[in-house]
Design a protein around this ligand. Structure first.
Ligand code: NAD
Length: 317
């Protein structure tokens, strides 16, 4: 059961404020509406609010107005500084005591803990709930949520997140969701770069790439980067490699997550030499114009065929 009985009268439906209706948030908010929740939507971009209204949400004039009557607040913002500012300047002063805050943005662990503890200290409830899955999963309601927070808050958050995802996993206390997300994505970057290097070497050695896939995908070199997201065209039909490396999961977002992982490693005193190398390689790829490509396109840098992109470098957010 929800810790707080929702005003709407139904045990499962809630009045939800959704702040941040960008590439990810727009689809997520639409799925909350589809599930029957009463959603008040706000974004600095009025066009994003208009799209949310088309999907069945109510337009709010500002964050304060969206959260004033909310039982649950969901945020999907670019980075830690936006999350700190939105909660500290607008959400805390306007929300009702006991409101459950769910931050789905990918941000640094320190900001997640800072905002979460401030929320708890002010009589609210808070979970960090970053997602795995891209824009298609946000639209399709098939995201995976990694959630950090108290067990009772997780239980209530899960009932809201279920409408937007296929899996909702309790990772631990405050900040554990963000920690799980950046550790997973650091590992993903490393296995992707390793897989790319192996395919590039195989080709230079005259080994057919499909043959190498057939062998390594059933041998000890196997990983998700190989069998679900193979970075060379051919072996895995659904890989971005078969669609000219259109994302997918963009290289700019991978670089953002690697920076978060390296900052966290430094502040925790962890040794992550391969994570550092992965960050350097993705930074180089971004500088050479690869930001808007899928992150598996780093294969083209490693096999020497990268010619740059006409779209030019894009700053990671
Ligand atoms: P986005 O830039 O498309 O959307 C962010 C939205 O937040 C924008 O519409 C912006 O106007 C709004 N915003 C910024 N400051 C605001 C404020 N003060 N008040 C109200 N609205 C404000 O970004 P996105 O791709 O939707 O990503 C959102 C988060 O999800 C990021 O943390 C990102 O790392 C994470 N993420 C993205 C993907 C992806 O594939 N795009 C995948 C997993 C996780």
């Amino acid at each position: 059961m929800f810790q707080h009985q929702y005003q709407t009268g139904s045990a499962d439906m809630a009045t939800i404020a959704f702040i941040g209706l960008g590439n990810m948030g727009s689809g997520m908010a639409a799925n909350l509406v589809k599930a029957g929740h009463d959603v008040a939507a706000f974004d600095l971009n009025p066009q994003a609010v208009a799209l949310a209204v088309e999907a069945g949400a109510r337009a709010a004039q500002d964050t304060e107005g969206a959260v004033a009557e909310a039982e649950v607040v969901v945020t999907m913002l670019p980075a830690g500084k936006h999350v700190r500012a939105v909660y500290e300047n607008a959400v805390f002063p306007s929300a009702r005591p006991g409101t459950l805050f769910i931050d789905c943005s990918t941000i640094d662990v320190d900001s997640a803990r800072h905002v979460g503890n401030a929320a708890l200290g002010a009589g609210f409830r808070f979970v960090d709930a970053p997602v795995s899955g891209g824009v298609a999963a946000a639209q399709g309601g098939t995201l995976t949520f990694m959630v950090g927070g108290a067990a009772a808050d997780f239980a209530d958050a899960e009932r809201v997140l279920d409408a937007m995802g296929k899996a909702v996993i309790h990772a631990g206390d405050l900040g554990a969701g963000q920690a799980a997300k950046i550790c997973n994505n650091m590992l993903l970057a490393i296995t992707m770069i390793g897989t790319c290097e192996a395919f590039a070497l195989a080709e230079k050695l005259g080994l057919d790439q499909q043959k190498f896939f057939d062998i390594s995908s059933k041998a000890s070199g196997q990983s998700w980067s190989m069998t679900s997201y193979c970075p060379v065209p051919g072996p895995v039909e659904t890989s971005p490699a078969n669609a000219d490396y259109q994302p997918g999961f963009g290289a700019a977002l991978m670089l953002k997550d690697l920076k978060l992982a390296m900052d966290a490693a430094q502040s925790a005193g962890a040794t992550t030499p391969l994570g550092g190398q992965a960050e350097a390689l993705y930074a180089m790829f971004a500088n050479l114009g690869g930001s808007e490509m899928d992150f598996s396109a780093i294969y083209k840098l490693l096999d020497g065929s990268w010619q740059g992109s006409s779209r030019g470098p894009v700053v990671a957010h």
